[in-house]
Design a protein around this ligand. Sequence first.
Ligand code: NAP
Length: 301
Amino acid sequence: MTLKGSLEELAEPVDGRISGSTQLLGLVGDPVAHSLSPAMHNAALAAMGENYCYVPFPVAPEHLATAVAGLAAIGVRGFNVTIPHKQAILPLLSQIEARAAAVGAVNTVYPLPEGGWAGTNTDIDGFVQPLLGLEKGIPTLILGSGGAARAAIQGCLELGLGPVRVAGRSPNPLLALRQTWPQVETVNWAELDRYLPQTRLLVNTTPVGMHKPGSHTNGELSPLSREQLCLLSPGAIVYDLIYVPDPTPLLRMAAELGYTPISGLEMLVQQGAKALSLWLGGKPVPVEVMRQAAQHQLPQI
Ligand code: NAP
């Protein structure tokens, strides 16, 4: 093995920023290797001159409780939670924000002064951010009924959009949505065409169109065909929560048809900005730095 650089250089703190008083933030998930969050948060922390470091922690489901206790033991200042732990983390928290409890998922955790962890869901804030300023009462159709759909529904209701319809292919998650939010209409996937002409905001929360590492085909897929997209209300907004590839085939078609596309990358950046600000006691964070770091880190497909 050959050492690159002098011993003096090797003794330097990584990036010149890690010191004895550096505080830790992080991401708990499985897998975490492809996450854009470390690049995004560390760029913002460096730009702010904050002595923090954001680290990815790969944690298998059977180790979640031990890992969370360990993060408390070493004084971690906060962490994000991603697949597959967003629901499983709930019983490990001392406090859960009401809207995160309604969604049934937590993506951001911070320590309580009295000990223990509190959980919130900044995916809702991230989802809402690009839609702020939209007039109330816009008919909205959400595709998919999983975890991201639940954050999107909560966000749409907070914005006063409606009617909010959710199209899904499995009855049980649709039933669960109606139990949490009785005002939401659920639509069988096979019948969604009927609702497209009334839709002014279309939100894709299915993974259809998402690139998976190692795959060369799924970037070609879209949850709706061009013919179906043509049925949307003129001037509609099409919001795809997927951000790899960016744009997705759905968003590319939407732009070609004259609709307004919104990329899931903006939701990712904005949920991260909200979480970082929370961990830093409400300080404003450099969102543009985070956006550029995330864009720079996106896989080229
Ligand atoms: P999830 O809980 O697994 O839910 C996926 C939903 O999509 C389910 O309702 C599933 O239906 C439906 N679905 C899957 N394949 C389908 C198909 N071929 N046709 C119709 N419906 C289909 O996943 P999630 O956590 O909600 O995440 C969904 C997507 O959102 C992912 O691509 C994720 O990357 C993205 N996301 C983005 C952000 C962001 O910050 N931009 C945040 C969170 C999630 P069944 O129940 O019938 O299988």
